[in-house]
Ligand binder design. Structure first.
Ligand SMILES: [Ca+2]
Length: 131
């Protein structure tokens, strides 16, 4: 997705059987200097798990782009995602570790969206905007 702007819908499924979604009119992952920079704008009902990550660069276990020289947040949370050092914990982390509800986990570890609930399933759907 070389810099095109997409619509994005994120659906979040909890273990209690409920689901929520968040929708973005603009979702763009800009590949500059080989780093994947997030550009989003939108709204929804699930809480915004991406907006405050605008302009952050994607981090993985072997590519630390969180801007914090003292931490490696992607490694701490065993994920590849956009992380912002000022937030301390992940604002969202849809590539986090899958935990069943009965399994012990550290706070903010797991598949996270805005709050500290590790989710059962998530979907990110993108499409080109309708004209
Ligand atoms: Ca770092």
């Amino acid at each position: 997705m070389g810099g095109d702007t997409y619509n994005l819908r994120v659906r979040l499924f909890s273990f209690n059987g409920t689901s929520r979604y968040q929708q973005y009119d603009q979702f763009r992952v800009h590949k500059g200097d080989s780093e994947l920079e997030l550009k989003v704008a939108g709204a929804g009902s699930a809480g915004d798990g991406l907006k405050d990550l605008n302009t952050e660069k994607f981090s993985t276990y072997d590519d630390d782009n969180d801007g914090d020289s003292n931490r490696h947040i992607a490694d701490e949370y065993q994920s590849g995602w956009w992380f912002k050092k000022e937030l301390g914990t992940p604002l969202s982390n849809l590539n986090g570790v899958y935990y069943r509800p009965e399994e012990p986990r550290q706070p903010w570890h797991g598949i996270i969206w805005v709050n500290d609930e590790s989710l059962m399933e998530t979907k990110m759907k993108i499409r080109l905007p309708l004209v």
